[in-house]
Design a protein around this ligand. Structure first.
Ligand SMILES: O=C(O)CCC(=O)C(=O)O
Ligand SMILES: [Fe+2]
Length: 305
């Protein structure tokens, strides 16, 4: 030890203004240990932030009451090519928005009554049932039947209820046009527009497997803007069943359904999504699709005779 100290001292004596040598730890200097530690910490942080599994950002919780909230991003290129074919239909930015202020509590109650009356006539014997007032399609066992084939169908939709249905549809249409800054007259209500009722029963066929990840535009070419109006409360009337957007980076974005909440989004790949499996209770919602293609417009429902 004394010999080593003497050697250092001799070295310092030869070099004017020499600083004492840094302490060494084996073959790594303390500085190197720190720099490696910082690099490793950086790598761990990067992996943490880029790992998708299990990472979520809520777009809204059920208890939130939101005037308008959203996220914007670049549109998928295929989607852009598709909507550019139609005048005044390209969104200023692609994105997703929610609002709890478009549809009133009374309107929700009327729509829910229509849905429940329809599903009382017939519903799927498996997890998901649909009722499409435009085409008249109603889930029945494992197939679809026409509601007009039931004598009781006139009880589903009376003129007053139909008026509410049309008002709600028009309000959502306005909200989408305003949100994405496109021409209101360009937006045509299109297929598929339907009420859905989802429970936790196991499906019999893949057609009942509503929870798969999908892009609406891929499911149906006429889908340019998607909206969903929720008619039941997540966490109170059902568990599971959140709408989840799968973003390519960082995290998934989740939305907890709330009665009267409307979610509106551009229907391209930028909004790849799925509905989580419902674990318990009953989830009611109404999907309203819009197309920029006037040829895809569907007729308003009629009151059965
Ligand atoms: O009910 C929802 O939350 C979304 C339904 C959906 O993805 C669809 O109708 O395409
Ligand atoms: Fe969808």
């Amino acid at each position: 030890m004394a010999v080593a100290t003497k050697k250092i001292k001799e070295k310092e004596a030869k070099i004017p203004n020499a600083k004492p040598e840094k302490l060494s730890f084996g073959f790594l200097s303390q500085q190197r240990i720190w720099s490696r530690f910082v690099v490793i910490l950086g790598v761990i942080t990067y992996i943490w932030y880029t790992a998708k599994d299990g990472k979520e950002t809520p777009l809204a919780k059920q208890k939130d009451v939101v005037q308008r909230r959203g996220q914007v991003f670049e549109c998928d290129s295929n989607y852009l090519t598709e909507v550019k074919q139609f005048a005044n239909c390209e969104p200023k930015k692609c994105g997703r928005y929610i609002s709890d202020k478009i549809v009133t509590t009374n309107e929700v109650e009327v729509l829910l009554k229509i849905a429940k009356r329809g599903f009382a006539l017939g519903s799927s014997d498996r997890g998901v049932s649909i009722l499409d007032l435009h085409s008249g399609a109603l889930s029945f066992g494992e197939q679809l039947v026409n509601i007009h084939s039931f004598v009781e169908s006139k009880n589903i939709l009376n003129p007053a209820d139909l008026a509410v249905y049309k008002i709600v549809k028009a309000k959502i249409q306005h909200a989408i046009a305003e949100t994405f800054q496109i021409g209101i007259n360009q937006l045509q209500i299109a297929h598929p527009t339907f009420f859905s009722r989802v429970t936790n029963l196991d499906p019999k066929t893949v057609h009942n497997e509503y929870w798969h990840v999908h892009v609406d535009e891929d499911v149906n070419k006429s889908f340019h803007y998607t909206s969903v109006l929720y008619l039941a409360d997540y966490g109170r009337e059902f568990a599971g069943g959140r709408l989840t957007f799968l973003d390519t980076q960082k995290t998934n974005v989740t939305l907890e359904p709330r009665k009267g909440r409307v979610v509106m989004f551009t229907s391209g790949r930028e909004n790849t999504h799925h509905v989580e499996r419902v674990a318990s209770g009953t989830r009611y919602a109404m999907t309203v699709s819009f197309s920029c293609d006037v040829k895809k417009a569907i007729k308003d429902p009629v009151t059965p005779k």
